[in-house]
Design a protein around this ligand. Structure first.
Ligand SMILES: [Zn+2]
Ligand SMILES: [Zn+2]
Length: 302
């Protein structure tokens, strides 16, 4: 474990802002980073070949929910902001769900997100819409600067060997999940031929479409929620609360509230600001799975 910390410090360099350009434009590492994004978007067209079935739709909704929940509650509220506490086992399960979203390993995601909070909409923010709406939504993901892990900002996560493993071998997890989806679809085809399901259909709906759906929901927090919506707090960034994004990604669209109070496990401050993630966290806290949910200060103008 100490070696991991030392390695993290060594890779980080003198400043988190200077830690970026380590990967060459169109170098093999840069291409491998971009390729899944491109292929998954192109792959959406395969839906016309595989058609749809009720099992495929069910797989799509379940997979999408797991991916959105894994990123917004696992990567974001737990690992990036420590807005609640849980056991190491449940932390791993949440991080595993985040890995299934195909948005890189937990250390990569959290490092870039913490950088965003440090420099929101100022120089150093990797995905501010001030550099263009498309850039903030997904354009920045094609820049070689965003490929490296910001190790300096995730030293706390590097203490967990299982999170470092997920970071290094996220492709193994996703490959295993892909094979399971295919096997599940083929099993369904054999056991219930009238349903019209197949392995390839499950891959298209449960992997490709579901991942792209979750991609654009999560990315909207960086783009839409820094451009469209309402503000009520005097934050120094352009963050906005957007109800459509909030419904899409289980409450993380109350992004302006979140920038105002990043450590809060609750993003929807008012009763009508539906925050599905927070409802789940409250239920899990009743079961003793999570605890010490952090809330906005009582004096906050919410
Ligand atoms: Zn933001
Ligand atoms: Zn955040």
């Amino acid at each position: 474990m100490p070696q991991q910390l030392e390695r993290a410090k060594a890779v980080a360099g003198p400043s988190s802002r200077a830690a970026a350009p380590q990967v060459g434009l169109l170098s093999p590492r840069h291409i491998v980073f971009m390729l899944p994004l491109i292929l998954l978007h192109l792959g959406c067209g395969l839906v016309v070949l595989v058609g749809v079935s009720m099992p495929a739709l069910a797989i799509f909704f379940c997979s999408s929910a797991i991916r959105v929940f894994g990123i917004t509650t696992g990567y974001h509220r737990l690992l990036a902001h420590r807005s609640f506490k849980t056991s190491r086992t449940f932390q791993f399960i949440l991080a595993l769900c985040g890995v299934l979203a195909g948005q890189n390993g937990p250390l990569w995601w959290v490092g870039h997100h913490r950088q965003h909070h440090r420099y929101s909409d100022r120089e150093g923010d990797a995905h501010s819409p001030r550099r263009g709406f498309f850039w903030s939504h997904m354009g920045w993901l094609f820049s070689p600067e965003c490929v490296p892990v910001r190790h300096r900002l995730v030293v706390d996560l590097a203490r967990f060997a299982e999170l470092v493993w997920l970071q290094r071998y996220s492709y193994v997890v996703n490959l295993g999940h892909t094979l399971m989806l295919y096997a599940g679809g083929e099993a369904w085809r054999v056991l219930d031929p009238t349903a019209g399901a197949s392995g390839f259909q499950f891959l298209v709906w449960g992997l490709i479409l579901s991942t792209v759906w979750a991609y654009h929901g999560i990315w909207s927090a960086n783009s839409v929620c820094h451009r469209f919506g309402f503000r009520r707090h005097a934050t120094r960034d352009d963050s906005r609360n957007n109800i459509l994004v909030a419904l899409w990604i289980f409450g993380d669209g109350w992004h302006h509230n979140h920038h105002y109070c990043p450590q809060s496990a609750r993003h929807g401050f008012r009763w009508w600001e539906i925050d599905f993630n927070f409802v789940i966290l409250v239920l899990l806290s009743r079961l003793g799975v999570v605890w010490d949910l952090r809330l906005p200060p009582k004096a906050a103008p919410i």
